[in-house]
Design a protein. Structure first.
Length: 253
């Protein structure tokens, strides 16, 4: 923790907002989608301890994120899929020049606790699991669509399409735990840990496709300098262990 605290303190010093006393401590709010929530939650406490500023993480799922941003709800940072940046900046919702990629994650697989556990560490093992499973669940959001492209690339989509269930309203792992699908696929940090399921692991390196996540300062922010400091900390090398803590990764450089 000391390394992370020193890194955050160094970032603040470079931006001229270090050394605040309790009376000067500010509060920033981060609007985070499900895909990057775990990374933000792990980064926030380290930043708080080093800077003296409070970080509030607000989880917004699905349409709620868009509604909050479109209505200019109070907030200082938004964490979402990297590809959202152009639209947010174009519409004046995010300050130009502040958007930065800080994490990425691919899909992993889970089965119900006590059920058969396939070895998906290789492409052949993953393919076998998909063909042998009685049902497969994945979402239509975030990294969910990657699965369709992957099945097509492996040449097995036609064999799987009738047993694929597109999940909605709950995490994929919830459907797995309830026995509604035999095997579930979702972003590594979202599908596990989840009570009643067992995590099989991430997709093999030669099959995995990464969802990229970025942070940007909201135009409505009342603490833009501290928000920028948080981004600088989140993208620093010292933040990498915190991002990896929940099975996400820092971006490829």
């Amino acid at each position: 923790m000391r390394t992370w605290m020193m890194a955050a303190a160094g970032v603040l010093a470079m931006l001229g907002v270090a050394g605040v006393g309790t009376a000067q401590a500010a509060e920033i709010t981060i609007l985070a989608n499900q895909g990057a929530l775990s990374a933000v939650r792990d980064l926030a406490p380290a930043f708080e301890k080093a800077s003296g500023h409070k970080v509030v993480v607000t989880f917004l799922q699905g349409a709620a994120m868009g509604q909050a941003i479109n209505s200019d709800a109070p907030g200082d940072l938004v964490s979402s899929f990297f590809e959202a940046s152009d639209d947010l900046i174009k519409r004046g919702k995010v300050v130009p020049g502040t958007w930065a990629e800080y994490a990425r994650a691919g899909n992993g697989a889970a089965v119900k606790a006590g059920a058969r556990k396939w070895d998906i560490s290789t492409a052949e093992g993953f393919k076998r699991a998909m063909l042998e499973a009685s049902s497969i669940g994945h979402s239509s959001q975030g990294t969910g669509p990657y699965n369709t492209k992957l099945f097509q690339r492996l040449g097995i989509y036609d064999q799987l399409k009738d047993k694929i269930k597109i999940t909605e309203g709950r995490p994929v792992a919830a459907f797995v735990a309830a026995g509604e699908v035999e095997i579930g696929l979702q972003q590594t940090n979202v599908i596990q840990p989840f009570a009643g399921t067992e995590y099989l692991g991430p997709l093999p390196p030669d099959l995995i496709e990464y969802g990229r996540f970025g942070l940007g300062v909201l135009s409505v922010s009342k603490q833009p300098e501290i928000a920028k400091a948080f981004i600088a900390f989140a993208t620093s090398p010292e933040a990498a262990p915190l991002i990896r803590k929940s099975t996400m990764e820092p971006p490829a450089r």
